[in-house]
Design a protein around this ligand. Sequence first.
Ligand code: LLP
Length: 408
Amino acid sequence: MDFRKIADSYGTPLYIYDFDYITRRYLELKEAFKARKSIVFYALKANSNLSVLKHLRDLGAGCDCVSIGEVKRALFVGVPKYKIIFSGVGKCDAEIKEALLNDILMINLESFEEMLRVESIAKELEKVARISVRVNPNIDAKTHPYISTGLHENKFGVDIQTAKKIYLKAKQSNFLDPVGIHFHIGSQILEIEPFKEASKIVSDLVRSLNALNIELKFFDIGGGLGIDYNGEKTIDPYAYAQAVLENLSGLDVTLACEPGRYLVGNSGYFLTKVLYEKENSHKRFVIVDGAMNDLLRPALYNTFHKVELLESKNRPDSTLLCDVVGPICESGDFFIKDIKLPKTKHDDLIVVHSAGAYGFSMSSNYNSRPRVAEVAYESGKYRLIRQRESFEDLISKEISFLNSEKSE
Ligand code: LLP
């Protein structure tokens, strides 16, 4: 990829995604699961740009959504409704209603109380809600605490006993149809063992439900496959598939998985330009035009993204390590700390790697900074897939209230 050309054409800061990479990752995962009928439900929270969704839809992916906004995005780009799952620990009534009216594949329940609510809304609408239950298998995914979700101390899903209660009640209801079972134990997981253990626990539950005449069609193993940010050894997709499938023998279920980061994480780069370099008695700072509002992960989780200075040949080395930081007035506004970089100058280009997942999708307008543009790279060509926001975009929802009367 010619990062300089992209930056010159579209400006910075900017996200760019390699769509051919996304294709390769998708096909690799499908291939790994080919021993069984499988559907990849892309977790669009990782990157919900419509062009990314359309690309994955064209490959055959479904979508795992965690808000009605995400469901609508998936429908908008033509993902078939029978390939859309609605998950999430707190769905509100309006969201449940709309999901039912759109007749999506299934709603993932996360509590007994939620089941009652879905049942009553389905009854009101005279519909039958297809449901699955998110089981919390109490497995330590050994990942960052903020993105670990499979332990009882986490807010997600229900324990085995509650899951059974939900299935039994759903089976008797005229308005609920239990069709799936689900677990998602965390994100950026680099060890296979937690997947193995969780699949074992949940497949045993499926067997005990079968004994109660509750037959499920979908076995949904969530997402969570970790990627290489900093040379980490990642899980081989074939070993991953094997670890899950070996627990499913004798079960007539379609395998569902919900990868987000795995598909798009390393497709993406964040481009930002150097504004200034400054030093004090202890430290050197490279100040760039991108900031924590554009790419929050380092600030929020202190996670590593490889940072590279482009066109750094023949630059004098600097003896001082540096922090690459944004312009926002917060100490958390950094991309990386204490790295070795040659001396930089104004307009140098910095590439932040592995930025395709949870980059743009977690960005905000903090400091009244317009959200950045997004570009796709496919078959050797570039195209804009999201326009940089303007000042007008920033104020458009407020402007009509400017001169309104104060209400008592
Ligand atoms: N399914 C469910 C129910 C999820 O909650 C998630 C992610 C996924 C699938 C996709 O997980 P993935 O394959 O991408 O690991 N913002 C954090 C990650 C939060 C993940 C939340 N759940 C980060 O930047 O690392």
